[in-house]
Design a binder for this molecule. Structure first.
Ligand SMILES: [Zn+2]
Length: 415
């Protein structure tokens, strides 16, 4: 038997699923090499569809701006509360030609996808035996990150539109482009004033029950080593090979402060790209922690390691650039404890115990919270993001949509 969290969730399930299947067929893969917003036209295709659907539900001020931000209002009583999800999918995996497959009454065994011999098999999936699971066909991602969130918000709003007797505050819906390739410059395009909400919730988490109010604080570091390039046949005593120096820097970085050797509240230093040649070589690193001062210590450590290696070759030169990427949202949410408390109550009203683990990553809410819009993150139900093994349970999507309806009731009562 399908295990719904409540009759409300069961009532929302088929609409959430139908919307999800519609949205994932649109290729909205974002492109980090394009500066414009949105970075790809497919995102606008989905946002235009959502614009029409919101208008059809009676949200009259629905508006899609030139940067691909779609905002709409459902009037109610009480404060203005935002509901956010992102329309793009990860550039890491193919996003065109997604063929969603619904595995009704999943039997608890590994799911073999029809293409590329992809097998979905995790403990979390097996625990979903009896539920309805959606996967892609094996050659693309599914796009549950974050079209599950989009579909859940749409299903909840459609339910509220169909049931005017249900309590709700004024709800401000926002569908955003390019979260996957985000960064301060892009996200600064979100117009917090125009959105005009007291707080918001992203539906962009994973496991049912997740309520995340803490993220990494994040920085990027670029190390560029300049050597001395000479024809190798004439190089005796002259050539200074930037690649070799870059290799020594990589070897000297701590291995116990890496993503693969840390967990929980530990931060890390992660070199993820090297390019260049004998004349010059650049190493790109991301640095993460949960505390700003510990983040700075790690950035300083990268710099110290690189300086020490390059100091061993006086003819070489080192350039170090670092920039902030996103802050831990915790400190920006702390002054508004009711934002998280209302979400906890909404989850419990749906019979779900909140799971509050810090995110080893960032969300749209990291920067939005710092920009004055307190925005914790709620589960959307997807798993194995950014891979062809991505999957989502229909029952979890239904639960998330139901939590949004309950959240509306919590804030209406508060108003
Ligand atoms: Zn996401």
């Amino acid at each position: 038997m399908p295990r719904f969290t409540s009759p409300l969730a069961e009532a929302l399930a088929e609409d959430a699923l139908a919307r999800f299947l519609r949205y994932v067929r649109i290729d909205t893969r974002s492109d980090p090499n394009v500066a414009e917003s949105p970075s790809t036209p497919g995102q606008l295709d989905l946002s235009r569809l959502l614009l029409e659907e919101l208008r059809a539900l009676g949200l009259e001020d629905a508006e899609l701006d030139e940067n691909g931000y779609l905002f709409a209002t459902m009037p109610g009583a009480g404060p203005v509360i935002g509901l956010l999800a992102h329309v793009d999918t990860s550039p890491e995996v193919a996003g065109a030609g997604v063929e969603p497959l619904v595995h009704r009454g999943y039997d608890g065994e590994p799911i073999v996808l029809p293409r590329n011999a992809v097998v979905v098999d995790t403990e979390e999936l097996r625990a979903k035996a009896g539920e309805d699971i959606v996967t892609a066909g094996g050659d693309t991602l599914l796009g549950a990150d974050d079209k599950a969130g989009v579909a859940e918000i749409m299903a909840a709003v459609a339910h509220l539109a169909a049931h005017p007797e249900l309590p709700r505050p004024t709800l401000r819906v926002g569908f955003l482009p390019d979260e996957e390739i985000g960064g301060n410059d892009r996200q600064a395009r979100f117009d917090v004033q125009r959105f005009g909400a007291r707080c918001a919730y992203t539906l962009d988490g994973s496991t049912i029950g997740e309520l995340q109010a803490e993220t990494f604080t994040a920085a990027e570091v670029l190390l560029t080593v300049h050597g001395v390039d000479v024809h190798p046949g004439l190089a005796t005593g002259k050539l200074v090979n930037a690649l070799r120096l870059a290799g020594r820097i990589l070897a000297a970085l701590p291995t116990d402060v890496a993503p693969e050797t840390t967990a929980g509240r530990e931060g890390f230093i992660h070199p993820y790209e090297v390019h260049g040649g004998t004349a010059s070589a650049t190493i790109r690193l991301i640095v993460r922690d949960f505390e700003d001062d510990l983040l700075q210590q790690k950035v300083d450590r990268v710099r110290a390691v690189a300086e020490e290696v390059v100091a061993g070759e006086p003819r070489a030169r080192l350039e170090v650039e670092s920039r902030a990427q996103y802050p831990n949202m915790r400190d920006h949410l702390a002054p508004f404890p009711d934002v998280v408390e209302h979400a906890e109550r909404a989850l419990r009203a749906e019979g779900i115990e909140p799971i509050s683990v810090p995110i080893r990553g960032g969300t749209d809410g990291s920067l939005l919270s710092a920009m004055g819009l307190p925005t914790p993150n709620l589960f959307a139900g997807g798993h194995e993001f950014h891979s062809p093994r991505e999957w989502v349970s229909v029952q979890d999507m239904a639960a998330a949509a139901a939590v949004v309806v309950r959240l509306a009731a919590e804030w209406a009562d508060a108003g």
